[in-house]
Design a protein around this ligand. Structure first.
Ligand code: ADP
Length: 431
């Protein structure tokens, strides 16, 4: 037993014994012991009262001197209080520092609850979105950023990395918005000023579009003259071969210019319209016929159209998706191989697949083939008449149709390109 408890016990017993002796001398030992026990109890109650008062008032307290348990109890409580106080100070300083650093961040941060109501935001978010601390706390973020693309992203943030939109505060400021999970039932909207990047990208796109546009007319003239020369029976025999090569190269340049123009048009637009249903099965049939007339030695092209469902979108772009994928499949597959074009639709959406038994693409190249001008084997791909832009066009056109392009392939075995369209773009045929 600790010494102070021993002391208390000895003191209490001693007091009661003394009470009993005095009581005995005065006539009743029991009454004397009882009076002494009550005295001891009263003293303990007083200590308890002092402790309770001190805890309730929180006033500075002088630890009572003396021996026994009570001074120790007081001293311990006093120590706990002091520790809690200094811990509280440390936490407050930490919170101040965290707050100061979030305020100093150049990126905006808005904490949202599950209903997308604003709980808190930092200085950059206030500046970028034109928020007001008192007015906008508790407001739904969709009512401040009125943008359909942003609203769609908020509903399903897992669908994409983020969205770029014009700042609601006005001017020509562009913001990149990204939603990240933040505590239970909350999310953090991270905002970044991407105006500079958007301007540069716009300049690059305009430059490519303008240069391609300017190249179109001279190329048409050159190609026209070369056609005429190639067909001229009076052409000197030694010029026949060079003229044929020039004609082929002029045709390649024209294709390149057309693809560049198409790509910059796709990049600058937002979503494809949803008004007109496009009969994708009909397009598949037409493209496969066109491809069949392209060359004599071609792989067998099979069609597997298991749905009459149509697709809501832009007919020209959908045709471009099909024709780029099919012409690739045919170009990168030997005549002995085969190409299968399939169209199906169910509750999960529509699926266009173009599968071939061709040369295939290595695992490292798969993520890169949709980049502009990326070729797995530049020399061979150019010989096969490609512009290097086909899959970039497909990727952008798919994006405009809220769809997704996925590629699976194995070298020497073949490739499968799958275009997945969302259910809202599918119109089932009336039976
Ligand atoms: P290209 O006009 O050169 O075909 P694309 O953008 O259409 O350009 O394709 C990019 C590259 O991806 C091609 O150069 C080729 O290396 C590879 N590729 C595309 N489709 C296929 C396919 N079906 N089989 C094998 N490789 C392919």
């Amino acid at each position: 037993m600790p010494a102070h408890w021993g002391w208390l016990l000895a003191r209490t017993l001693g007091l009661i014994t003394l009470g009993a002796i005095i009581g005995h001398l005065l006539g009743s030992a029991l009454v004397g012991a009882l009076v002494a026990a009550l005295g001891s109890l009263a003293w303990h109650l007083r200590q308890l009262y002092l402790l309770e008062r001190w805890l309730a008032n929180g006033r500075r307290f002088q630890v009572p001197d003396g021996e026994g348990v009570w001074p120790r109890v007081f001293a311990r409580v006093w120590l706990f209080r002091r520790r809690a106080k200094s811990r509280g100070k440390r936490f407050r300083r930490l919170i101040r520092e965290v707050r100061a650093s979030t305020e100093a961040l150049p990126d905006g941060g808005v904490v949202l609850n599950a209903r997308h109501e604003i709980l808190n935001f930092n200085e950059s978010a206030r500046r970028l979105l034109g928020l007001h601390k008192r007015r906008d706390r508790g407001q739904r973020i969709e009512s401040l950023i009125r943008d359909p693309e942003f609203a769609a992203y908020l509903q399903d943030p897992g669908q994409r990395q983020g969205v770029e939109l014009k700042a609601p505060a006005g001017g020509d400021t562009w913001l990149s918005c990204r939603l990240v999970p933040w505590g239970p039932g909350q999310s953090l909207l991270v905002l970044r000023d991407v105006t500079q990047g958007v301007r540069l990208e716009r300049m690059r796109r305009n430059f490519v579009a303008n240069a391609s546009h300017e190249l179109r007319s001279p190329l048409t003239v050159i190609a026209g003259y070369l056609d005429t020369m190639a067909e001229d029976p009076g052409l000197d025999e030694q010029w026949r071969e060079p003229v044929a090569v020039m004609k082929e190269q002029a045709l390649r340049m024209r294709r390149l210019v057309e693809d560049l123009l198409q790509l910059s048009k796709l990049e600058s637009g937002s979503r494809a319209p949803m008004e007109d249903p496009v009969d994708i099965g009909k397009i598949v049939v037409a493209v496969s016929r066109e491809v069949a007339s392209m060359a004599v030695k071609l792989p067998a092209v099979r069609l597997d159209i298991s749905s009459h469902a149509s697709l809501l979108g832009d007919e020209g772009e959908i045709r471009s998706i099909v024709s780029n994928l099919v012409s690739n499949a045919v170009r990168y597959t030997a005549a002995e191989g085969s190409v299968t074009i399939a169209w199906s639709a169910d509750d999960a959406g529509g699926r266009l697949t173009v599968a071939d038994t061709g040369i295939g693409i290595s695992a490292e190249d798969i993520p890169r083939v949709t980049e502009r001008f990326y070729r797995t084997d530049a020399g061979r791909a150019r010989q096969r008449g490609g512009t290097g832009l086909g899959l970039a066009i497909v990727k952008h056109a798919m994006r405009r149709h809220d769809g997704d392009l996925s590629i699976t392939s194995e070298l020497g075995v073949g490739s499968t390109f799958t275009c997945q369209f969302p259910p809202q773009r599918i119109v089932q045929a009336a039976s």
